[in-house]
Design a protein around this ligand. Structure first.
Ligand SMILES: Cc1cc2nc3c(=O)[nH]c(=O)nc-3n(C[C@H](O)[C@H](O)[C@H](O)COP(=O)(O)OP(=O)(O)OC[C@H]3O[C@@H](n4cnc5c(N)ncnc54)[C@H](O)[C@@H]3O)c2cc1C
Length: 295
């Protein structure tokens, strides 16, 4: 099936895009098109106007600046996958990028588009949760930042205003004793996660966990924070028993649905295991030398 006809706009600056979005009647933003184009072709989305942001060069960046790793709205999954700085310093991002969809989708799809899509099975939202990330939104009244915990409302629904676009997603640059990891269970290449867990740990000088972040994929109506597990970890020394207990709490807090890939109790068990593994890798990357007991 072909998409229904629509008007196509190609702004070349953020200010132009914002003016267009404000002046048009319910326009849809097009980034990598990897979620939107299939929806257009199946006529699940029938916008009258599409604002294509691919010509806005100022949105094409992935860099560290002012204490953040900043990903402009045109940073693609493949840019993260190929980046040496990411490989060296951002374990969870380096783990996740090659596991997103397939190489064709990674070449076009964007991190920000994935977050804006707010699919609970998307990987990047969980990673931003673990890293206490935020997005920057531009609209007619200027710019505002939205903490990731305030962005996702429902599946495919965010707190972004109708006349706003996201210009950037960002996470704080890592501290000295910080490590992160992402573990994902999927059936085969190209599949979304059956379950996924992002973990980030910051240790204090004494080796105790100062800050813990855990984001979960595909096991609730949005990407979700495992807050009870984070609380259990903070102030404690990293170790297999602690991570097991955090895994159990994350599983309790998850809310998966049964489907053709597995029933809810199986997915809960997977959350428990993936949490332990992600925490084990995050701890190692934060400098803890003792290996975890693999469940
Ligand atoms: C077969 C398949 C498998 C996939 N597997 C995975 C996977 O394993 N993990 C995963 O995370 N993702 C997966 N995806 C989704 C993929 O990551 C998409 O790239 C992503 O969801 C959307 O990014 P995009 O840049 O293509 O956005 P688009 O398709 O262009 O847009 C998606 C939505 O976001 C809105 N939008 C885009 N950019 C902005 C912006 N800057 N501001 C405001 N709104 C915006 C659009 O209006 C649209 O509603 C998969 C997709 C497919 C088709």
């Amino acid at each position: 099936m072909k998409a229904a006809p629509f008007e196509h706009h190609e702004p070349t600056s953020v200010s132009q895009a914002v003016s267009l979005i404000e002046s048009l009647d319910e326009p849809t933003i097009l980034a990598g098109g990897q979620s939107l184009v299939p929806m257009l072709r199946f006529r699940l989305a029938r916008p009258d106007t599409v604002v294509d942001i691919n010509g806005i060069d100022e949105l094409d960046y992935l860099r560290e600046e002012d204490g953040y790793l900043k990903m402009g709205a045109l940073a693609r999954h493949a840019d993260v996958e190929d980046d040496e700085l990411i490989e060296e310093k951002y374990g969870s991002f380096a783990d996740a990028a090659p596991l997103v969809a397939d190489p064709q989708i990674r070449n076009r799809g964007t991190i920000v588009g994935s977050i804006a899509q707010a699919d609970p099975k998307g990987d990047w939202g969980s990673i931003l949760i673990a890293h206490d990330g935020e997005v920057v939104a531009a609209g007619p009244d200027g710019e505002r930042t939205i903490p990731i915990d305030e962005l996702f409302l429902l599946p495919y629904d965010t707190s972004l205003g109708e006349d706003e676009l996201i210009t950037e997603a960002r996470v704080p640059t890592p501290e000295e004793r910080e490590g992160s990891a992402y573990h994902k269970l999927k059936r085969k290449t190209g599949d979304y996660a059956m379950a996924g867990v992002a973990a980030r740990l910051i240790l204090d000088e004494d080796g105790r966990i100062e800050t813990a972040g855990i984001g979960m994929t595909a096991v609730d109506i949005t990407n979700a924070r495992a807050a009870d597990a984070e609380e259990r970890l903070e102030g404690e020394r990293p170790g297999a028993d602690l991570f097991k207990s955090a895994g159990e709490l994350a599983a309790e807090q998850s809310n998966p649905e049964s489907d053709e890939h597995g029933d809810a109790s199986y997915k809960e068990r997977m959350v428990e295991v993936l949490t332990q593994r992600a925490l084990g890798d995050a701890a190692e990357r934060a400098g803890v030398t003792k290996r975890r007991a693999t469940p």
